[in-house]
Design a protein around this ligand. Structure first.
Ligand code: NAP
Length: 490
């Protein structure tokens, strides 16, 4: 922290109604690479969360009445301030989350790109005029901001998961309260500091930090003054939060878990597939919702793909994300490491082969004391029924499954309750369309392992959630469609 250019970006209390709110108790924030405490933050709870909702409610009318130009200008200020401070924001992010500094810089730019995109989209919230069925009426559709938006976000993208939601909400004219994951509050609070410097008025963007996920979550899902709730996190918690939102019939958006298949067909450019699988799987130590969960390889190219892939994975450098040359950082916690080790260990017991990885550490399921590292691992002889293929792994492990033909590849790929991201590699244009249209996923990467950007709709099908973030569709989740019927005009 002492190497930041601007130490004022490190904030340690909740940001409510334009003020920093201390609490009676504190929570420690750890560096997952060293397990050292890097900061303590004030531990807000139900009271502060309720205050933040009240502030957002009071700020809603003036914010929604601002011209689209004015909201756009303030969002653009925020975007520029974030990009001006990218080095500090990335350092804070790596310290609390673990990902390598270059990836952290990428996340800051990715998050900011949504603020830039929605600063532009704020000016394009058009309505419609509907041809009237009778002469004396005119039918008009206008779009209006839905109201106060509440959000809960995870630790794996502590900046971008907030920016992606807040940008669309604020552009639409909504006000916003977010509770970030307790492991990674500092990135969220730094965003609040920059929102204030950008001139975003008090009460429009609020951040409440505290360890009472359940209690604070109840306020954010059940408070009657919140019109919409947006969640990014696991499917298990998402289901609970949807049910809590039912009591006040809130609009919900859910960005939940994934189980992405990465399919390599016999006509693929194998080197390109290896590069795509490497980045899709091992980015953020495998802790992304869109990361490859199962690699499906056609029999005839299995040997070539596996050899090249294992060599590429061997080239990754595991270590502290702040150190030069490190390409894969720690996992978020010792418990997360242990959960993934258990999946590896169970797979080996059920017949999988450990082609790459540390046999001793993967079989030692005791909790680590110094840093939360797991060596990049590759397993073959996986079948789709094994727990490692059915569950979201959320760690640096590649299970490889073999298939014979297109029909089997599609069946295996779709044989999951999840439907977020999927990937395949092929150079046959007919096959590309057949497979793309057959995959039950909200996003399909074709000869590409990194697919998300602000201009494209991000979101899932099935139990991976609903709603879309980014793109021209991203504002819809924050807008009401209102129909005006003007009569007596003849
Ligand atoms: P998680 O356990 O569901 O936690 C996500 C957030 O929910 C955290 O802020 C957590 O708070 C909070 N939370 C947990 N229990 C809660 C409760 N009962 N009431 C209210 N809030 C509660 O997920 P995670 O393990 O941290 O994150 C990884 C998951 O997120 C993966 O499944 C991943 O696929 C998914 N994800 C999805 C997307 C997407 O766009 N689809 C993007 C990123 C991640 P605390 O951490 O403070 O307990």
């Amino acid at each position: 922290m002492d190497r930041l250019y601007d130490s004022q970006l490190v904030k340690t209390s909740s940001y409510i109604n334009g003020r920093w709110h201390g609490s009676l108790s504190d929570v420690a924030v750890n560096n997952p690479a060293t397990n050292e405490i890097i900061a303590t933050v004030s531990n807000a709870g139900i009271v502060e969360t309720t205050l933040a909702v009240e502030a957002a409610k009071a700020a809603f009318k003036p914010w929604s009445k601002k011209s689209a130009d004015e909201r756009s200008r303030l969002l653009r200020n925020w975007y520029h301030l974030i990009m001006d401070n990218v080095d500090d924001l990335a350092r804070i992010l790596t310290l609390e989350q673990g990902k390598p500094l270059s990836e952290a810089k990428g996340e800051i730019a990715y998050g900011a790109s949504f603020i830039e995109w929605f600063s532009e989209e704020a000016k394009r919230i058009y309505g419609d005029i509907i041809p009237s069925p009778s002469d004396d009426k005119r039918l008009v559709v206008i779009k209006q901001p839905i109201g106060v938006v509440a959000a809960i976000t995870p630790w794996n993208f502590p900046n971008a998961m907030i920016a992606r939601k807040a940008a669309a909400a604020l552009a639409a004219g909504c006000t916003f309260v977010v509770r970030p994951a307790i492991q990674t509050p500092l990135s969220a609070l730094a965003l609040a500091e920059l929102a204030e410097r950008a001139g975003i008025p008090a009460g429009v963007f609020n951040v409440v930090v505290g360890d009472d996920a359940h209690g604070m979550g109840k306020v954010l899902t059940e408070h009657q003054d919140i019109a919409k709730f947006s969640f990014t996190g696991s499917t298990k918690v998402g289901k609970l939060l949807i049910s809590q939102c039912a009591s006040t019939v809130k609009r919900v958006s859910m960005e939940l878990g994934g189980n992405a298949p990465f399919i390599v067909f016999d006509d693929a450019d194998i080197d390109a597939a290896v590069a795509g699988a490497l980045i899709s799987k091992y980015r953020n130590a495998g802790q992304t919702c869109v990361c490859t969960n199962r690699i499906l390889v056609q029999e005839s190219v299995l040997a070539e793909f596996t050899e090249k892939f294992v060599n590429a994975v061997r080239g990754l450098t595991l270590g502290n994300g702040l150190h030069d040359g490190v390409t894969i950082g720690p996992m978020i916690s010792a418990q997360a490491v242990n959960d993934v080790k258990q999946l590896i260990s169970d797979s080996i017991e059920q017949g999988a082969t450990l082609v790459l990885g540390d046999e001793k550490t993967t079989r030692d399921c005791s909790l680590s004391q110094e840093g939360n590292f797991l060596a990049p691992t590759v397993l073959t002889n996986i079948i789709n029924d094994m727990p490692i293929a059915r569950n979201e792994i959320f760690g640096p492990v590649s299970p490889i499954i073999t298939f014979k033909d297109e029909a089997q590849a599609i069946a295996l790929a779709n044989d999951t309750v999840f439907g977020l991201a999927s990937y395949f590699y092929s150079r046959d244009i007919g096959r590309i369309w057949r497979i793309a249209e057959s995959l039950d996923y909200g996003m399909v990467g074709i000869n590409e392992g990194i697919i998300s950007n602000a201009t494209a709709p991000f979101g899932g099908m099935k139990q991976s959630g609903n709603g879309r973030e980014g793109s021209k569709y991203g504002l819809d989740d924050y807008l009401e469609i209102k129909y005006l019927c003007m009569g007596g005009l003849s």
